[in-house]
Design a protein around this ligand. Structure first.
Ligand code: HEC
Ligand code: HEC
Length: 210
């Protein structure tokens, strides 16, 4: 095991496991470049209108970005830019991003604190119980990691917006969303019913945090 450096806000791009090797090499070469959160924030300002100032979205069908794995965010921006992932909204935005912008924006949103559990009691605890069973039975955690916190190029699902989770699952099942070369998600969701998707989205969007 490579020792994991203590995360610090200034070293946002250097504490993600996937980048440790690169960071170590850069540090050795004396070129270590800590993410400048202030500079990145200025660049990210255009994203706040839809994704929220803290990367927590309050807009319908628009995902929160805060606390997503760095690599996941970067890959999605690359997919939007190459139109592998189609979106009338994100396509034109990503088209204007250079590789360096994508790295900076990915690291910035990944370093922000993830969404909190919605306040108040669950309006439909039975649906949550059902959704937990669907997620367990379909072994979603195998890729999405323990507690659905995501890892590397695999999205964090815990406390993502419920409407967006449902939309994303439907997009994968109907073939509207493709991403990486491996058909991981289409394979995982083709047998899910609409009800399975609704309940798992409900469960994940307000699941208890460790
Ligand atoms: C006008 C609104 C709008 C703006 C501005 C915007 N986005 Fe988005 N973004 C969206 C919507 C809507 C989606 C969901 C697209 C879909 O799945 O159909 C999205 C999806 C994403 C995703 C995929 C996340 C996931 O969980 O799948 C990333 C990453 C992202 N946006 C990053 C950015 C960044 C970085 C910026 C600023 C440079 C930005 N967005 C600006 C509306 C916006
Ligand atoms: C074999 C690995 C694998 C399994 C199993 C899997 N996923 Fe995924 N999932 C991924 C990957 C990889 C992505 C990112 C997709 C991309 O890059 O296009 C993803 C993306 C998603 C997204 C979109 C998140 C976002 O923010 O855009 C949702 C929602 C999701 N998965 C839910 C599930 C659910 C629910 C299950 C179980 C029914 C599941 N996944 C099982 C690998 C997997």
């Amino acid at each position: 095991m490579i020792p994991v450096p203590r995360p610090s806000r200034r070293a946002g791009s250097c504490f993600r496991t996937a980048r440790l090797l690169l960071c170590a090499t850069l540090a050795q070469a004396g070129l270590a470049h800590a993410l400048d959160m202030e500079a990145a924030r200025v660049k990210a300002q255009v994203c706040f209108t839809c994704h929220g100032e803290q990367g927590i979205s309050s807009q319908d069908n628009t995902p929160s970005l805060a606390g997503q794995p760095d690599a996941f965010l970067q890959w999605q921006l690359v997919y939007f830019r190459s139109k592998t992932r189609k979106s009338e909204i994100m396509g034109p935005i990503a088209a204007g991003l250079k590789d360096a912008d994508i790295r900076e924006l990915g690291s910035y949103f990944a370093a922000l604190p993830p969404p909190k559990r919605p306040d108040g009691p669950d309006p439909d605890p039975q649906l949550a119980t059902l959704g937990a069973k669907v997620a367990q039975a379909n072994r979603c955690y195998v890729c999405h990691n323990e507690n659905y916190l995501g890892q590397q190029a695999v999205a964090r699902l815990a406390l993502q917006r419920e409407d967006y989770l449902y939309k994303a699952l439907k997009d994968f099942r109907e073939g509207r969303r493709t991403g990486g070369g491996v058909a991981a998600m289409p394979d995982a969701v083709y047998k899910l019913s609409d009800d399975d998707m609704k309940s798992s989205a409900h469960f994940l969007s307000r699941m208890p945090q460790p």
